[in-house]
Ligand binder design. Structure first.
Ligand code: NDP
Length: 297
């Protein structure tokens, strides 16, 4: 059996068209959703993510306020910029691209963003509300995964979801969302990490296997049950002299081998990545709607 590929690019395109339509409606009523973007330094991966986010905003009709600070910018400078965007009525969402240079306290910066503009969903206020199942900005990658499952018609209710990775931006929030008693969720959830014993024993039980460890092709075919749905969040650069850039991107799963066993599988690139950016646009739109309706989340 060869798996059906979940085309993240196509799903993202559909969702971005839906978002663009809503943005237009809102703009016709006088509110143009706006995203404030900050990149500190020159990290190539961060630069390319930020550029992709800004382009996606433009295409969806979302105003983006693009800010670049040098790698040696002070914490005070960055906080002042966040304060300025917190007060700017044209900006409904603020995105500070991570990681930040070592001399800047990441937690302090994320806490400074007003929760009602925290479209990355990283502020403890939003994390807490999500955990309680209350209305909140959901973190973009986990929310993107949920949308992929939902829109691919995956039966999640009662399914055993096994997540490899427990980071604060992917594994933990995704486990929390999949646990919730709601459509496209309602799973029994197992979370694996670097101290997990006999991980294959657990991943082989997964109806839905989600890899988010950041280890190239660490999930091998023998770790996957026949017919499982496999979502690969990992994005890893591996050296490849045959490529112009000198590297290629691979996920955390051995795609070629596992696609012969899985029922559905996401590719890398073109899987979860485009959905992540889409959910950022979605949250920015939601924030602008909240602003218009006078609600602060
Ligand atoms: P982190 O490095 O923050 O977390 C990795 C997690 O994986 C940790 O919980 C770690 O365990 C666990 N882990 C690492 N190695 C192993 C192992 N050998 N066995 C079991 N568990 C392991 O990464 P992120 O969550 O930020 O990102 C994960 C991957 O997803 C990366 O490749 C990243 O590039 C990608 N990513 C993709 C996005 C997208 O849009 N497609 C968005 C965000 C991330 P422990 O806690 O014990 O250290």
């Amino acid at each position: 059996m060869s798996a059906q590929i979940i085309d993240g690019k196509e799903l993202a395109k559909t969702m971005r068209e839906e978002i663009a339509e809503e943005v237009k409606k809102l703009a016709d009523q006088g509110v143009v959703p706006g995203l404030g973007v900050v990149l500190v330094g020159e990290d190539p991966a961060s630069k390319s993510y930020v550029t992709a986010k800004e382009k996606a905003c433009e295409k969806a009709g979302i105003y983006s306020d693009d800010n670049r600070l040098p790698a040696d910018a002070s914490e005070e400078e960055l906080l002042a910029l966040v304060d300025r965007m917190n007060e700017d009525p044209k900006i409904h969402g603020i995105l500070v691209q991570l990681p930040l240079p070592k001399h800047i306290d990441e937690e302090k910066v994320l806490l400074r963003i007003k929760p009602e503009k925290d479209v990355d969903g990283f502020h403890p206020f939003n994390v807490g509300r999500m955990m309680l199942g209350q209305k909140a900005f959901l973190p973009c990658t986990p929310h993107g995964v949920i949308q992929m499952l939902l829109r691919s018609g995956v039966q999640t209710k009662g399914a055993h979801a096994v997540i490899v990775g427990r980071s604060n931006i992917v594994g933990k929030p995704l486990a929390n969302l999949l646990l919730q008693k709601a459509e496209g969720r309602n799973c029994t959830v197992t979370v694996c990490h670097s101290a997990t014993k006999d991980m294959g024993e657990l991943t082989r039980q997964a109806d839905i296997l989600i890899a988010a460890a950041g280890k190239p092709e660490m999930i091998t075919a023998d770790m996957v049950k026949d017919g499982a749905v496999v979502i690969d969040v990992g994005v890893n650069r591996v050296e490849d002299s045959s490529k112009k850039k000198g590297y290629r991107l691979v996920g955390d799963v051995d795609f070629e081998a596992i696609k012969e066993k899985a029922s559905l599988i996401t590719p890398v690139p073109g899987g979860v990545g485009p959905m992540t950016i889409t959910m950022l646009l979605y949250n920015t739109l939601e924030s602008a709607k909240n602003h218009m309706n006078g609600s602060s989340k």
